[in-house]
Design a protein around this ligand. Structure first.
Ligand SMILES: N[C@@H](CCC[C@H](N)C(=O)O)C(=O)O
Length: 266
């Protein structure tokens, strides 16, 4: 059966979005991985499936480029709000609230978690300053914003070869569910960030990475809310106070619509 899909991006972090509300779609790791493949499928960093929800306007499920299903995606949340007009999204990382704000979309992610077993880590460690190092990258902060993140503050993130460092940090045994790796520096205009995404590698922007990094910078008094987070694909504005949801505002762009025969992929 032919299914319609939308290709969207949030600051260059790109998605194939399928809508399974009227007719369900049985997504599998193999199907998600093939659709996300830039040679064999449509191509995207994350595959998104919209489903009906009993507790929110829609349910949003997320598969990384490698076919693994994960809990949260900040940039895709803004795209799904823009596409469906939903005000609440059920995700594996909690309920996300969203609204259009002129040409931008704002979403609120649930408050962050700092406990070691909520990140999660494999064994108890001080998440404010992990006693771990990988070459020049040492003592990151670890937290969950619905998905797990490490944040390293460095003098110049452009000097860090994340393509080389990212895989070994993502797969370190200290992280039982693997981890997203953020390398950031503080500037007058805000935070400059590069993210190695779990299951997707280097992306042009990571919404949850921007949220996690802004929270870490605010906790460590390196920045104050609201703060702009600049990534290769553009900037997001992040607002947060202790115990509160994390508000993220930025673009959500429709690139094209298409049709695809899912059965051909097995
Ligand atoms: N690009 C996303 C995050 C997607 C999921 C992430 N790679 C994970 O595995 O947790 C964003 O914009 O937040």
């Amino acid at each position: 059966m032919t299914r319609q899909f939308h290709k969207m991006h949030g600051l260059g972090n790109d998605f194939v979005i399928l809508d399974g509300r009227e007719q369900s779609i049985a997504m599998t790791t193999t199907l998600a991985k093939t659709l996300a493949d830039r040679h064999l499928g449509i191509g995207c960093d994350q595959l998104i499936l919209i489903e009906p929800s009993m507790i929110a306007d829609v349910k949003m499920r997320i598969w990384n480029h490698d076919g693994g299903e994960v809990q949260s995606c900040g940039n895709a949340s803004r795209c799904v709000v823009a596409l469906t007009g939903a005000k609440t999204l059920e995700t594996g990382g909690g309920i996300v609230e969203g609204s259009s704000q002129g040409s931008e979309v704002e979403v609120s992610l649930p408050p962050p978690h700092f406990a070691w077993d909520e990140v999660p880590l494999t064994y108890p460690m001080d998440t404010a300053k992990l006693p771990l190092a990988w070459g020049p990258l040492e003592h990151p902060m670890a937290l969950s914003v619905g998905n797990p993140h490490l944040i390293f503050f460095v003098p110049d993130e452009t000097k860090i070869d994340l393509e080389a460092q990212g895989p070994s940090i993502e797969h370190d045994p200290a992280f039982p569910e693997r981890i997203n790796v953020n390398v950031a520096s503080i500037h007058e205009d805000g935070i400059h960030l590069h993210t190695w995404e779990r299951g997707a590698g280097l992306t042009l922007a990571c919404g949850t990475g921007a949220c996690a990094t802004a929270v870490a910078a605010i906790v460590q008094k390196k920045a104050t809310s609201p703060v702009k987070v600049h990534m290769r694909g553009g900037a997001l504005t992040i607002s947060w106070a202790q115990g509160e949801p994390i508000r993220m505002r930025g673009g959500a762009t429709l690139v094209f619509k298409g049709e695809i025969e899912l059965e051909q992929f097995g």
